[in-house]
Structures are given as C-alpha cells and as structure tokens.
Design a protein around this ligand. Structure first.
Ligand code: GTP
Ligand code: MG
Length: 345
C-alpha cells in the first residue's frame, strides 16, 4: 500500500451544520485543540482547514480501524460557520468537499442551517454522514470517555438509552422528510445509498472512533472509485482568506484540492478586479493537526500535494479574493490560465 499512499489524494471532509451544534468542538476533540474557546462568542466566522494524519485517526479510532485497511494519507477537515449570515462560506466549504459530516445537535434536531447544509450537499452530490452530537447531554448520561458508541450505550441506563434513541429516530425521520433514507450507522450497509447517523459527543469523545471509522470507509470507497487522480499535475485550489502576515505582507490561506503547488511556481489567483499573476515566494504549512486559521508557527515547505491547507506568500496578493480560484501555470501559456480563472469568477 506504500505506493498508493503517495498517489491517492487526501480526501477533503467538510463539516457543516447549524450554529452551535458543535462543529468546531468536534474538530477540537479530534485534533486535541481548543479553537472553539478562542472564538468571539464561540461563533466561527471563517472557513478553516486541518490536516489529520492517518496515524491520529487510527489511534483515536482504536480497535475500530486497522490502518492497514486504508491507503489514504489522512483526512483534510474543512470547518465552516453555522451562523445564518455566512451562507457563502458554507457553500464554498461544501463545494470543496469530497465527503461531509453534517453535525446535528441531538436535542435540537434539524434547524434552518441544517436544511441549508443539506441543500448544498444535495446540489453538489456530496456523500455525507450525520454526527448526532451532544449525546452526553442526555439526562442521566453515564460518560465513557473516548469509547466507541456501542460500548458507551451498553453502560447507559435503559432510560437514558431510550431517551437518546428517541432523539436519534427524530433526526432519522427528519432526514427522511427531506428525501434521504437514513439509519443508525451500524445498520447501514451502503453509505452511498443510506445516510449513516453516528451518535457522538464532542465533550466526552464518545462515538468519535465510530465517526472517524465511517469517514475513512466512505472516503476510501469514494476516492478509489472516483478520485484516483494524478496528484502530480499543476496545482489547483481555492482562496479561503487573505491575511497580512508579519514579514510577508498580504498572504493567502488556501486549500489545494488537486495537483502540486511548488515554491517558485507562477500562479494565477482570482482578484477583486482581475486575475493576479504572481510567483510564489514561500509556502507555509501549519503543523499537522493545527488549524490554519489560528496557527502561529508555520513551517516553510518546498511543495504541497493535494489536498492540503497552505499559506501562500507572494507579491501583489492584497487584491486576492476569498473564494477565488488558484491555478499553477507550469507548462501552459499564462493567458490560457488567466482566461480559465476569469471564467470561474
Ligand atoms: P458555529 O461555528 O458558530 O456554527 O458553532 P459550532 O457548530 O462550531 O459549535 P461549537 O463547537 O462552537 O460549540 C458550541 C457550544 O456547544 C460550545 O459551548 C461547546 O462547548 C458546546 N458543545 C459542543 N459539542 C458539545 C457536546 O458534544 N456536548 C456538550 N455538552 N456540549 C457541546
Ligand atoms: Mg464553529
């Protein structure tokens, strides 16, 4: 499997859902960070990207995952805001995604931005699983830190278990109302036909082993069938944010979703007025498990291979536009690439 690990692209997993349903907290639990606590009013206002290596996934998933079963390098998670005013960012996150996690608070069930997220996933044809979050808030819950959900359920009183089940079946019914056949994930045979619902807690990490396992299984199948792409071609990506970085001036936080981006490459980036043609001066990567939005210590690298979150330093990026395409020119005429970027704006 060593060979395919270098040619299979890291799948991009978008995390979508209603405000406060626990998207950032779930990612915090997976990466061992506290991004949510540092956010103003605990509201996410940007798209983030975090690379989770296969080793971390298999450690967290424990007995549920055998790393030898997978030949993906890991997962690139895209965090999105749930607040209603950020619909453009949700759509952008959804458009980048290969697969998605729809986070639903078990107590609140479907809310307006849950439905909006479902519309995005339907429109883009993105396979997804539902993380039924905050299972630990079920009255009488007996927390089993980090355990797979069925082991945790076995430790609950009949009353707590049936209260949780009631909420879970409510969500399954709501999914069915919007046209998706769904069931508790351990009853699902084909995750592309039926939506798996995974009870989780971002507080106690219960069910996170299950969620990671389902995501690995779904992306492995999906990537093998549809995305065994050439990761050596000219890089393609999307601007997440334009930010001033000390010592570099205006930089671009980006997700590269295809090919390779190298230091020194000529790139075309969508701008406020017209496409910017510039040369990459530095590629700065957050450490593995670090959120690009909040990372302070970047590592300079010579190249990045899709999929990856990366900060690009280059001249003339002040006018770069969030959401705009990024294209490496490589062997093509630069006018062709400029035209391609223009067509996408
Ligand atoms: P937006 O990004 O603004 O859409 O919110 P979000 O979905 O990222 O929610 P966030 O992770 O910021 O969590 C919102 C609140 O819910 C925080 O106070 C979290 O501590 C709390 N929370 C999230 N997940 C859980 C959980 O599983 N259990 C409990 N008890 N609280 C949770
Ligand atoms: Mg958030």
């Amino acid at each position: 499997t060593q060979d395919t690990r270098t040619t299979l692209r890291t799948p991009i997993v978008a995390v979508l859902g209603h405000v406060d349903h626990g998207k950032t907290s779930l990612l915090d639990k997976i990466r061992g960070s506290a991004v949510s606590e540092g956010e103003a009013g605990a509201i996410t206002q940007h798209i983030g990207a975090t690379d989770i290596p296969l080793e971390t996934i298999s450690t967290m998933a424990g007995e549920l995952v055998d790393p030898d079963d997978f030949d993906l390098p890991g997962l690139l998670f895209i965090d999105t805001p749930g607040h209603h005013s950020f619909s453009t960012l949700r759509a952008r996150g959804g458009a980048l995604a290969d697969i998605a996690v729809l986070v639903v608070d078990v107590n609140d069930g479907f809310q307006p931005q849950t439905e909006e997220a479902i519309d995005i996933l339907r429109r883009t044809g993105t396979p997804f699983v539902v993380a039924a979050n905050k299972a630990d808030t079920t009255p009488g819950w007996n927390p089993q830190e980090g355990e797979p959900i069925q082991r945790s359920l076995a430790a609950q009183s009949d009353r707590a278990e049936s209260m949780l089940n009631e909420n879970l079946y409510e969500i399954i019914g709501q999914l069915s109302d919007v046209g998706f056949s769904a069931d508790l994930y351990w009853r699902v045979q084909d995750f592309q036909k039926n939506i798996g619902v995974v009870p989780v807690s971002a507080m106690t990490a219960e069910g996170i082993p299950d969620l990671l396992t389902v995501l690995m299984g779904l992306s492995q199948r999906f990537m093998r069938e549809e995305m065994a792409i050439d990761v050596h071609g000219p890089g393609e990506g999307t601007v997440l944010e334009v930010k001033d970085e000390r010592g570099f001036g205006a930089t671009v936080d980006a997700v590269i979703y295809d090919g390779v981006l190298r230091n020194g490459d000529t790139v075309v980036i969508g701008g406020q007025n017209e496409p910017i043609v510039t040369e990459v001066r530095a590629l700065l990567r957050p450490r593995p498990l670090a959120e690009i939005r909040t990372e302070k210590k970047f590592e300079k690298v010579a190249e990045v291979t899709a999929a990856a979150g990366v900060k690009i330093a280059a001249p003339d990026l002040d006018d770069a536009m969030a959401g705009a395409p990024i294209r490496v020119v490589r062997d093509r005429p630069v006018e062709d690439v400029v035209a391609e970027v223009k067509a996408e704006l």
